[in-house]
Design a protein around this ligand. Sequence first.
Ligand code: ATP
Length: 581
Amino acid sequence: MDLKLESSLWVGNKRYRAVLTGWHLKWTEVDKKNRDKKTVSVPVAEVVGVEEGRVEILPQKSVEDTDKDFTVFYVKRSSGGGSGGLLWRLGRTQFSCPSRVLRDQWTKHLRAALKTHSPLRPHRLLVFINPFGGKKKGRQIYHSLVAPLFELAGISSHVIVTERANQARDHLLKKDLTGFDGVVCVGGDGMFSELLHGLVGRTQQEAGLCENDPAVALQPCPLHIGIIPAGSTDCVCYATVGVIDPVTSALHIIIGDSQPLDVCSVHHSSALVRYSVSLLGYGFYGDVLAESEKHRWMGPLRYDYSGTMVYLSNRSYSGTVKYLPADPLLSSPRDKTRCLAGCGVCSRSTERLFPHSSDSGSLYSSHFSQFSTDSEGEWVSVEGRFRCLSLTCMSSSCARSPQGLSPSAHLADGTGDLILVWDTHPLSFLKFLYRHTSTQDQFDLPFVEVHRVKAVRFSVPSGREEQEYEEIGGLSSETDGEREHVDTVSRNGSQQHLAERATTNEQKTATPFLCGLCCKKSPAVSVWNCDGEILPFTEILCKIHGQLVRLYARGIEDRAAVHNSQERDECRRMCIPKSLT
Ligand SMILES: Nc1ncnc2c1ncn2[C@@H]1O[C@H](COP(=O)(O)OP(=O)(O)OP(=O)(O)O)[C@@H](O)[C@H]1O
């Protein structure tokens, strides 16, 4: 069918010339003087739905069923959203046609154009709502803001309100997922992590691949993940959409946006421990998490309190870090670029990571990774005392740190950024921490190093890891079966357990908090903070898996670029011969 359609249409009592080309729906007021004519242009890919009649959706659905009208719903960008990305809202225009035949032609053509130009739109979604995440508003957010939009877009959803931690992960690992195009969580980073572990695990099971072996090139997941933010921090949502807003996220899901994401697998003693996408941190970041778990009763304030306490305790830790550098010719963590929607570095990586896929947007039939195509390269080893170490697969920007842990990190280039902060004077370390909240370069300090890497190995001076295991009753009491797959149990369970372990360590070796600035003694080892979970092991091997999952997102939109293209579209006058109107 020829998707092009052009005719006069009315919006209210004004006449417009409307054109549907393959890619855009545009309408321009006809009876205006030429210089006042503005064109509204909506990409077909951003049309949410087309309904016969005069229809409204929010706050409540109402339909005035006339036979010459139709309503188009589409994505409209709003200037709010703080310093990050752009807020998306539901735009709505009610068109009137001179006849029913023309109205039917418009709705038919628009629906056909949607099918052709948005192949990744979901039809059926599996939705998990955590009723206890963040401010405990998950259910309300979904039913009042998201479900009406899904219904408008013709998406059917199977909704599960979770009754326990890890229910979503277990469901994805074991239950029938046939017929679903994607999985959505309504919650925070912990819920996202459940979906990540469930989907990655399920995909490897079905492919017959062993997740425990870091040398295995894991299979990318066929189902997309959507995040409706309803947690406390929502870091993954912020880093991939640019705003924390349920309506914006729902619209990204509806139009089938697709953002690949690198995932880091963390291993210990030939077993998978966890997957991470945002922060894997040792030293300061691990200590703050362990400390904050002891003060859960404080609510979100516990992070500020624990941060201050851990800072005052003035700790540093010995260790050996080995890393496998990424190709420095492709990108660098200090090249001052930002990974934004349509990022060139990430799209070139898709071709590099999946060279045999005919369509780099559909990765699931191929099974290649950067490790199978690149030569592995030489491992680099550094040893010493660190204030903190962190590895991140994304900038990890958030509302508090708009540039993030590593401002030039990429979402989907198959690499992670390793940040080494050597032991230094407490005030210098404070300067490093403070720079995360400003636009100053936190890497431009003599005790800080940043490397773009494909894999990292961490070990502590000999004897200390064993000492740790004994302290927590660890591996020595485990059976071989238990060692095979390390399950970090429930979030709270593992954190409590490890917070207790951190307390034990402190009682043995730590300096009292308030004399930390003048005393040098620290606990022998810290703990790893893995996307907000404490890992039960200190010695780990991490490997980055390029584009292992796909999110219903498009990365952070560049405000200036979007604004310019909208201006261009609006100012472009349609040259329509008078006879046609
Ligand atoms: N019904 C439930 N009861 C108890 N815990 C649950 C339930 N459903 C999910 N969880 C667990 O709650 C944890 C926290 O949830 P979630 O991430 O949604 O919110 P949050 O912790 O407030 O936000 P963030 O992770 O962004 O800080 C998750 O790790 C998840 O495993």
